[in-house]
Design a protein around this ligand. Sequence first.
Ligand code: AMP
Length: 546
Amino acid sequence: MLGLMQGRPLLISTLIEHAAKCHPAAEIVSRTSEGPVHRCTYGDIHRRSKQLANALTALGVSPGDRIASLAWNGFRHMEMYFGVSGTGAVLHTINPRLFPEQIEYIANHAEDQYLFFDLGFLPLIEKLAPALKTIKGFVLMTDRAHMPADGTLDLICYEDLINAHSSDYDWPTFDENTASSLCYTSGTTGNPKGVLYSHRSSLLHAMLTCSVDGLALGTAETALLIVPMFHVNAWGMPYAGAMCGAKLVMPGPALDGASVYALMRDEKVTLALGVPTVWLMLFGHVDANRLVPKTDLVLRRVVIGGSSAPRAMSERFETNFGAFVIHAWGMTEMSPLGTVCNLLPKHRDFTLEQRLDIQAKQGRAVFGVDMCIKDDDGKLLPNDGKAFGHLMVRGPWIVESYYRGEGGEILDADGYFDTGDVATIDPDGYMQITDRSKDVIKSGGEWISSIDLENAAVGHPAVAEAAVIGAAHAKWQERPLMIVVKKANQELSKEDLLKFLDGKIAKWWMPDDVVFVTELPHTATGKLQKMKLREQFKDHRLPTDA
Ligand code: AMP
């Protein structure tokens, strides 16, 4: 027997329609590529995304066509989130930090029809254009006044394009399983693979983001999206923002500490979301200028994901900013939210020290994410907080297969997707990543977590960043090599650091060597590029290796 409730599909257009109806005046504030800070409302975004929808129709864009964006976080990009997907076309957000050859590969692989891009990417696009085989037109996301006087490309001006069309547009109704957006993973090996989100998966994910044990996004929040709109839809925040009417603050291209701090202060940001590297730049700015964030800002919560949030970072936000760190974990293939580190009633009386231990974990699975750990043979491992194994997930906003079948069958017999992460899950359900399966250090048949060592090292006041890789060892096959970037003007020796680590990690996990470098390599999404480090240090001789 079927239920007798309305079967209205979950469509992305309903989000912005709702926003325009119920919180039309809530603001979207963007630092623009042109320079000034721009202010508009959900009402404006709705009106202009309908103009964009009409413009796309006039350009001959049909449902299912891929429309690419190469842009920072800003209001025009947000209009594309609704204006492109709302028509039934697919928004393909391209990460501008990828190598040009990778951008060329994914734009051709996705068979993008139009490419919309920010002012700063003009030189890149001019260079790439001849190789982009399916693009029919290039749209520069700016107004007439900022269009280049000359150039090699015949460009369409975004503002001209949408202003030529009315905002009379009825969002079409279609199957909620229709594709809405496409994002390629920046895999460290092989070609990037496309994750094709649906309207349904994006809406369910947004509902979760607004729920209390999700990210508790609500009308009262002012959220700063440091996490880019070209990386897993800015963790789905534009959709969730429209759902609840949160004020959204977009940093544009300016992710340096000074710019981020100014936006936090001027826009009275209460919630900020980003990867650890941007927070390190923010701390650097605070230190260099002797700022007092606790009095300057009203920041209450910081969501950290993408890489592990070091304990010292959570502590710093708490004591220096008065902000609570919500550690979260997920991935492109998961829209991205998987786990959120919220506290349980039993943690209420914990000391700060004890609580920080909990916050260092990636958190508990949210509803919609069925998660377990399995061993190499696919056997389920216990949730005892000790056993670590391959972290497996399944759920309605988790990938079933990659775009155009790349990578073949990616689910196991039980329908689980292997995240490539290695983790423990404790009896309370808190998951803790111990490594990427390819980064774990295999010492004499036992596994050492590179992430645990890195987190312990950044607890030292003179350490800015640390990476640990397995270096070849005749007896143990691999032993940990720690590579450290010191904070500016700080003295630190290998002996000091090892002494600091003593007692904080298992004795046999102690790095066999420490080297100091001025900089560590990062991927296009801000993660440590361990493959590059392994290449760079492949001939490093450990002092313990006879
Ligand atoms: P991406 O698809 O680029 O978002 O990368 C997803 C990967 O980032 C995950 O599989 C993890 O390896 C890593 N990751 C994301 N969040 C965290 C976290 N909180 N702690 C440690 N690693 C994380």
